[in-house]
Design a protein around this ligand. Structure first.
Ligand code: ATP
Length: 201
């Protein structure tokens, strides 16, 4: 059965931590492709910056265009309002019912899952592939994965990927402070941020 990765995020902006995670999981899990799905504005995240969904989408597109296994998807942003992962997964399953879907994420996500819409059903529809993330407690991740497996029969796999101590928040802060973000984002994304003067205020 073909395996497809779903990688959702605000990607504000997409950075090398995202790309390395996706590449490592795609390769280790033998995924046919990874769908990068930029989200509309997320009710679980406070929005304090003014760049648009279209700009986040474009940066994501630019960052992955040279990788034949990475595909951009506008599934969530082409409709107004925030899309819940359960609804996105159901749509993908209706498009390609035979595919085996994995949901890629960093370890911070694991601790939020019980707040997601219909998370118990989601656990039955996808395998979560989680990678460690600097600044988080690795032991706590393992304990949480065991708890979710026991309680909900969740399918959770923990993968090792190179630890990249960067976040979109840190990138935005660096821009505000006039620090360089070169090599923390791809060169095309770096140029795009400069041209559009993103994150300056
Ligand atoms: P922000 O700082 O704005 O909260 P972020 O850097 O966490 O953003 P998101 O777009 O919210 O980026 O994340 C999308 C996914 O990528 C999440 O599953 C998150 O855990 C994961 N991720 C982001 N950065 C890293 C990183 N450096 N290492 C591992 N996973 C990461």
């Amino acid at each position: 059965m073909k395996k497809i990765g779903i990688f959702g995020g605000s990607f504000n902006p997409i950075h090398i931590g995202h790309l390395i995670l996706a590449q490592e999981v795609q390769h280790q899990a033998g995924l046919e492709k990874v769908l990068f799905i930029p989200t509309n504005d997320n009710p679980l995240k406070e929005k304090d910056t003014k760049e648009t969904v279209a700009e986040r989408y474009e940066m994501t597109r630019l960052a992955i265009e040279d990788n034949e296994n990475f595909v951009i998807s506008d599934l969530e942003i082409r409709q107004p309002g925030f899309s819940y992962t359960i609804d996105t997964v159901k749509k993908l399953k209706s498009i390609d019912p035979k595919a085996d879907y994995c949901f890629l994420c960093g370890e911070d996500i694991i601790f939020q899952l019980e707040r997601w819409k219909d998370f118990e059903e989601l656990f039955q529809l996808v395998t979560f592939i989680v990678t460690y993330r600097p600044g988080y407690d690795f032991k706590k991740l393992e304990t949480e994965a065991v708890r979710l497996k026991q309680l909900y029969d969740a399918k959770i796999k923990i993968f090792q990927a190179p630890l990249i101590d960067i976040s979109s928040t840190a990138i935005r802060e660096r821009v505000v402070m006039g620090k360089s973000i070169r090599y923390l984002v791809t060169e095309k994304v770096h140029q795009y941020i400069k041209e559009k003067q993103l994150y300056l205020e």
